[in-house]
Write a protein that binds this ligand. Structure first.
Ligand SMILES: Nc1ncnc2[nH]cnc12
Ligand SMILES: [Zn+2]
Length: 322
């Protein structure tokens, strides 16, 4: 049982956390037919590309700042209810633009949700603005410029998500220069759909302090050593990896091997309802499927706080709460 453990999550996509029931209600409210992507309370997709498409279509039924406040509040309330003290949400102001809401209204709705959840459950949260590879380098630069200029203390990080098979990390390096110059924390989705080369690319072109997934680094022993030596923190999402068939089962998932090789690992849920998981389940999996002790799991949670994109005062407070 891990219900007594304090929890931290570094890697969850806001729209990817949308509860199916809420998405169904939103679709009804706007008269949108979502049946191709949500059936009988289950999101419908069959591979990584169709997952991204499903994710995009689901995102489109969240249209106003209040919709985003409600979505954020709902997810964070759930996290607080299972003992989560800190959450980083991956958000896409670009998406706000694409749906005609505008990036500022999108972020302002999300921030309102964070405020409400913190007031009720004491959960601390920050935002990581992401660019999406499949919208191309110019769009990713636009996302970085937005994050850099936002001057919003809740936006503390920059990420690159989306179709990993599109382009190489170096194509997006300029966006990371902009984010780095603005003092944002850097993390990159790599080594999820693509192999170890993608993680090496991220280290060579950007050298982020964290990597989203990174689990396919296990295919290259020298790279595993490089990650351990650099102290790069992996945001590992085992349930997502199994749902997307990155590994056939938990027995072959490399979380324990990476940890034992000295790589800093943390656990997160990624897009929980899309992958039939939750942060609560990921913590349970760490215990039951991977055999980690409470002390092992607490150490991962501590690693997550140490790697969090927060000011030092907040980090100290979070460490004290753990
Ligand atoms: N697991 C994932 N990988 C890449 N991009 C994503 N966007 C949402 N979830 C993602
Ligand atoms: Zn992700």
């Amino acid at each position: 049982m891990t219900s007594h453990l304090k929890k931290v999550e570094l890697h969850c996509h806001l729209e990817g956390a949308a509860p199916p029931a809420l998405t169904a209600a939103q679709a009804r409210k706007y008269g949108v037919d979502i049946s191709a992507h949500l059936r009988d309370g289950v999101y419908v997709w069959h591979d990584f590309a169709s997952f991204l498409e499903c994710y995009d279509q689901v995102s489109k039924v969240y249209k106003t700042d209040e919709d985003y406040a409600l979505l954020t509040e709902t997810y964070l309330d759930g996290l607080a209810g299972i003992g989560t003290i800190y959450s980083e949400l991956i958000v896409s102001p670009d998406h706000g633009k694409r749906i005609g809401l505008g990036a500022d209204a999108y972020i302002s709705g999300v921030c309102e949700g964070i405020r409400r959840a913190k007031e009720k459950g004491g959960i601390e949260a920050r935002l990581i603005v992401t660019g999406e590879r499949h919208f191309g380098p110019e769009s990713v630069i636009g996302a970085a410029e937005y994050a850099a200029k936002a001057n919003n203390p809740v936006i503390t990080g920059f990420n690159l998500a989306g179709e990993e098979r599109m382009g190489r990390v170096a194509d997006y390096a300029r966006a990371f220069d902009i984010a780095r110059d603005a003092g944002l924390g850097l993390t990159i989705h790599a080594g999820e759909v693509c192999g170890a080369f993608s993680v090496s690319d991220a280290l060579d072109a950007v050298r982020p302090s964290r990597i989203g997934h990174g689990v396919r680094a296990i295919e290259d022993a020298d790279l595993v050593k490089r990650l351990a030596d650099l102290g790069t923190v992996l945001e590992v999402c085992p349930g997502s990896n199994i749902a997307l068939k990155v590994f056939p089962d938990f027995a072959s998932h490399p979380l324990r091997r990476l940890r034992d090789a000295g790589v800093k690992v943390t656990i997160s849920s990624d897009d929980p309802p899309f992958f039939h998981t939750s942060l609560e389940r990921e913590y349970e999996l760490a215990s039951q499927a991977f055999g980690f002790s409470d002390a092992d799991i607490d150490a991962m949670t501590q690693t997550a706080i140490e790697a969090a994109f927060v000011d030092e005062e907040t980090r100290k407070t979070l460490l004290a709460r753990l």
